[in-house]
Write a protein that binds this ligand. Structure first.
Ligand SMILES: Cc1cc2nc3c(=O)[nH]c(=O)nc-3n(C[C@H](O)[C@H](O)[C@H](O)COP(=O)(O)OP(=O)(O)OC[C@H]3O[C@@H](n4cnc5c(N)ncnc54)[C@H](O)[C@@H]3O)c2cc1C
Length: 344
């Protein structure tokens, strides 16, 4: 038996929950699946969103845990370069994802957790690990960087950054995101993002350096403990992959099933900063609207209009940085958004 619906969403992160809500609000019969047991858990995120995301999700307000006012960028061991007026919010990401899922349910979507998708067949049928089969008029792939749905239409995130993040006590209140650029963190950067009395400290690197992540994050932690800014205790550890290869082809077909990709599955995370929450919420909403209306080509065009330019700039800066075996301070600055060279 194959269960059917109008719109089948795989993944209930910010992209999938936004897609499910938008399609259900337009009258589609929506089923949305996630392999996790509950929304947003375990959290695999540093939880920072730019202030402007509020335009896309008022759920941000309820999930907000701290305001961010500025950014401070440390290049190697130099004193920090301040970027005032870099505003954003630190979220409780699990609460944020849960709020988006609740919104989808209120709109009429049927959400199912503990439902891992094993495979998508060539005719668009979705096969779950427990043997269940589902098919739909439109399949929305919002299943993250290693999307099973994307793979079925040949849209695969081949460039990834691997991350590790620890959560530690913060010695004194802090209202900036601190960024650490160094040749010793290849293809990525280190971060300290404050969240009330705690902070996330992490780093992302090219996959070939993944084995060094533990030591890189431990060194950053030790430096910040020595500076008196952080406590020694490690309260939580997380990590995960971030797509950094830019936007993929986001629509296709499998038999009679139209396929749309959104969020990380569509390659919308920024290749330099790794930020992807805002783009996931936005693209998810657009994908849900397109799934309900049939405007599949318009969906791809709108995403290209909004994201192509900034993704292309980030990609080109990232490639320049990777081309240098031992980047100096000038190369590190040119590849970071705080510096005018990045925007030139
Ligand atoms: C360590 C780390 C820190 C980050 N920090 C930030 C930050 O501070 N700010 C920011 O903007 N971005 C950050 N990001 C990126 C951000 O988390 C992603 O861009 C964002 O989560 C993308 O949302 P999404 O809905 O596309 O995908 P996801 O949030 O990854 O959701 C995908 C969902 O699909 C489900 N799924 C996957 N495969 C299957 C399957 N086979 N069957 C069923 N379900 C499946 C998953 O369980 C998951 O719930 C960070 C990423 C990492 C790894």
């Amino acid at each position: 038996m194959t269960e059917t619906c109008d719109v089948l969403v795989v993944g209930l992160g910010p992209a999938g929950a936004s897609a499910a809500a938008a399609a259900a609000a337009r009258g589609s019969r929506v089923i949305a699946l996630d392999r996790r047991r509950a929304p947003g858990r375990p959290v695999q995120c540093a939880e920072f969103v730019p202030a402007m995301i509020a335009a896309h999700a008022d759920d941000v307000a309820r999930s907000e845990r701290q305001r961010i006012e500025a950014m401070a960028t440390y290049v190697e061991d130099d004193p920090p370069d301040p970027t005032p007026d870099f505003r954003g919010r630190m979220l409780d990401r699990a609460a944020f994802d849960a709020a988006l899922v609740a919104r989808a349910v209120r709109a009429g979507a049927e959400v199912r957790f503990s439902s891992p998708v094993r495979r998508v067949a060539a005719d668009g049928t979705v096969l779950l690990s427990d043997g269940a089969r589902l098919s739909a008029r439109v399949l929305v792939g919002a299943d993250g960087p290693r999307s099973v749905v994307g793979r079925a239409i040949g849209s695969v995130n081949t460039a990834l950054v691997e991350t590790r993040q620890i959560t530690v006590p913060l010695a004194a209140p802090h209202a900036a995101t601190d960024i650490f650029l160094s040749a010793r963190i290849p293809g990525g950067y280190g971060w300290l993002f404050p969240k009330g009395a705690i902070a996330h400290v992490g780093a992302g690197v090219v996959p070939s350096e993944r084995a060094r992540l533990k030591e890189i994050v431990a060194a950053l932690h030790a430096r910040l403990v020595a500076d008196g800014r952080l406590g020694r205790d490690i309260l939580a550890i997380t990590g995960g992959a971030i797509p950094v290869g830019g936007m993929l082809r986001v629509q296709g077909a499998l038999g009679d099933t139209a396929v749309l990709l959104a969020g990380d599955a569509a390659g919308l995370a920024n290749p330099v900063t790794g930020a992807g929450i805002a783009a996931a919420v936005h693209s998810g909403r657009l994908a849900g609207e397109a799934a309900a209306s049939g405007g599949y080509h318009e969906y791809e065009e709108e995403l290209r209009d909004v994201y192509a330019r900034s993704l292309a700039r980030a990609l080109s800066r990232r490639r320049e940085l990777l081309a240098s075996a031992a980047p100096g301070k000038r190369e590190l600055r040119r590849a970071w958004i705080a510096y005018p060279e990045y925007w030139q």
